[in-house]
Design a protein around this ligand. Structure first.
Ligand SMILES: Cc1cc2nc3c(=O)[nH]c(=O)nc-3n(C[C@H](O)[C@H](O)[C@H](O)COP(=O)(O)O)c2cc1C
Length: 362
């Protein structure tokens, strides 16, 4: 109710300005113990039946914030007080990048969607590591990507260097090879690159584990626009190299996504589409991944999650954890608590006592 008014005001602003204001407010709320505790009390809803384990980590609930919302990890405590079970920050690159020229972010309210071609604007890994890191009390994954100027032939060096830098701070590391807004990035998902890249990543993970005594899980984030054979190649490489999981999916370049609806006046808005029109396409991809890899490869599923039913759809398709981004823009800060309440009701209806009992049950 309160968010309805805030959303009306925010939606009058340029989308990037609105996002900066919201992130600033969350950062401020998270920095002050009083507002943090008040937010946490108002929005936190936990139930032991929501606990989940994946790739050696424990989560108090399956719902996380997707990458891109807090690219530089500046508002982790504020975001954690919204009741997420984990956060994924980034995408971070080796050097700071301004991203693509504006305009590069559009709301599509008719479809409860967003189109973006931001192109990884971020402060770079040095600035990120130089900043104090307040412990938000939940797992925080760090999503890393190739710099715009790095040629594909040297992309693995970017990922390996970034993994080495961020691993000590990360609960898990997400290897983002699926953003449509960095030239050629998605080619890293093809047979020519993906096996070598995954191999380099897992070797580095194991070396770091031997050095530090702590093994950081590494997950690969894939696009929903992969052809049948490409997805299989990427999954075989992921399994073969011993990656710890898959994140599915990133945004889509398609505008005919199953069930999707994007009015014609957005035709000139080029970039990745997220939110409701992506939902079925992403769920179908999670099903395909689960059918091929089963329990060997935990899945973080996302794409158009805006309700408990949407989250359950991803879980039933095979996801162990679920993330959202666009849903938060339209649903507001109360959304994580609403979804968690709905998940508990679903557990009760199914006569199940834990989330894992529903994973992969179509
Ligand atoms: C504005 C915006 C920026 C994003 N930036 C990133 C990013 O930097 N890295 C990444 O891996 N995904 C990024 N994403 C993709 C989301 O993490 C997520 O995969 C996608 O939006 C689908 O989920 P949703 O429908 O809940 O938004 C971004 C999405 C949006 C809307």
């Amino acid at each position: 109710m309160i968010y309805d008014a805030a959303r009306r005001a925010l939606f009058k602003l340029d989308p990037e300005r609105a996002h900066a204001l919201t992130l600033g407010a969350l950062r401020a709320a998270g920095a002050l113990p009083l507002t943090r505790i008040a937010l946490g009390r108002a929005l936190r809803f936990e139930d032991p039946r929501l606990k989940v384990e994946a790739f050696g980590l424990r989560f108090r609930n399956p719902l996380g914030l997707a990458a891109g919302y807090d690219k530089n990890g500046v508002a982790v405590r504020g975001l954690a007080s919204l009741g997420f079970g984990h956060l994924e920050i980034g995408t971070l690159t080796r050097g700071a990048q301004p991203g693509n020229p504006r305009p590069r972010l559009w709301r599509v309210p008719e479809a409860r969607a967003v189109i973006n071609r931001l192109g990884f604007p971020n402060d770079g890994v040095d600035a990120f590591l130089a900043r104090a890191w307040p412990d938000p009390g939940i797992p925080v994954g760090i999503n890393i990507g190739k710099s715009k100027d790095t040629p594909l032939s040297q992309a693995a060096d970017d990922y390996v260097a970034l993994l080495r830098r961020v691993a000590p701070r990360a609960s898990y590391v997400a290897i983002n090879i699926s953003s449509p807004n960095t030239p050629e990035l998605r080619q890293l998902q093809t047979r020519a690159y993906v096996a070598d890249l995954c191999g380099a990543i897992t070797r580095t993970r194991d070396t770091l584990a031997a050095e530090s005594g702590r093994r950081v899980p590494v997950l690969i984030k894939l696009a929903p626009d992969l052809e049948e054979g490409q997805l299989e190649d990427a999954l075989d490489a992921t399994l073969g190299a011993g990656m710890d999981g898959v994140i599915a999916t990133n945004t889509t370049l398609r505008r005919d996504a199953a069930g999707g609806f994007v009015p014609e006046r957005y035709t000139d808005c080029q970039g990745g589409l997220s939110g409701a029109p992506l939902r079925s396409l992403a769920t179908a991809m999670i099903q395909r991944i689960h059918a091929r890899t089963g329990p060997r490869l935990p899945i973080i599923g996302m794409g158009g999650v805006a309700s408990a039913e949407d989250a359950l759809e991803k879980i039933r398709a095979g996801a162990t954890l679920v993330q959202l981004y666009t849903g938060l823009i339209y649903g507001g800060p109360g959304l994580p608590a609403r979804i968690k309440r709905g998940l508990v009701s679903a557990l009760e209806r199914a006569g199940a006592d834990r989330m894992a009992a529903l994973t992969g049950l179509q």
